[in-house]
Ligand binder design. Structure first.
Ligand code: GRF
Length: 241
């Protein structure tokens, strides 16, 4: 039995390389999904141009045309709802979403963020990692909640920081791993193996029906797997009964 392809809407403010990675994977049959719309706060975003080239509806909703953030978000999500997505993917969407639009779509919005959350939320994550002297950096895919970069993390990819890295070099290496991370996560969502369970206050990620205690990790073969449990220590005291 084959299920219907996952209907994806993408929100992007910039160049849209993650959007392109999704489109390319769909085109070659590596992701059972359909792009049903691309939405931006920036009419000039290259992501919208990519969408037009792909024949996907491309919609800009400018914040400055609205009196408040919630009013902008309401209109944006009215347009998104009109294309009937199963899942909304924030891929370089540079605005915080307001609480009502997020709460109404619990478990249906994900974001890709270029750091190993909860480290380095917000902007300039690569510079933040360098400034902190991090040896390991990377990217995370998480469910969106009203808290900036704060929702439950589904999956991560790790990228080693090299001694001569600057923010740009590091960003390039992270971006190269972001694309397979996003695609592998979308495959798990498309097949229903990953879902958000629980209430607004206690939500957690389920993988194959079990709560995840740590984000899935992308391995060098681009497979997402659970972190290996630490080996049982030989020095564990034996029970004395
Ligand atoms: C990516 O680094 C993503 O993690 C971040 O913004 C960037 C977007 O890149 N949220 P692109 O527009 O998909 O090329």
């Amino acid at each position: 039995m084959t299920s219907a392809p996952l209907r994806l809407a993408v929100l992007a403010s910039g160049r849209g390389s993650n959007l392109q990675a999704i489109a390319d994977a769909i085109a070659v049959g590596h992701l059972a999904a359909e792009l049903v719309g691309v939405f931006s706060d920036k009419p000039g975003a290259f992501a919208l141009e990519r969408a037009r080239r792909l024949g996907v509806p491309a919609v800009a909703v400018r914040p400055r045309d609205f009196a408040s953030r919630p009013a902008h978000d309401e209109q944006l999500f009215r347009q998104i709802d009109a294309v009937g997505p199963d899942l909304i993917v924030c891929a370089g969407y540079m605005r915080l979403l307001s609480e009502p639009v997020v709460s109404a779509r619990q478990g249906r919005i994900i974001n890709i963020h270029p750091s190993l959350l909860p480290a380095f939320k917000g902007l300039h994550t690569h510079q933040q990692a360098l400034d902190a002297g991090a040896r390991m950096h990377g990217a995370s895919v998480h469910y969106v909640t009203p808290e900036l970069d704060g929702g439950p993390v589904v999956a991560q990819v790790r990228v080693l920081v090299e001694p001569d890295d600057d923010a740009e070099r590091l960003a390039q290496r992270v971006l190269a791993r972001e694309h397979p991370l996003l695609l592998a996560t979308l495959r798990l969502l498309a097949t229903g193996r990953v879902r958000l369970a629980g209430s607004a206050h206690g939500s957690r990620v389920e993988f194959d029906g079990q709560s995840l205690s740590a984000p899935l990790q992308l391995d060098p073969d681009n497979v997402l797997a659970e972190l290996a449990a630490p080996a049982a220590s030989a020095s564990h005291p034996h029970p004395t009964n």
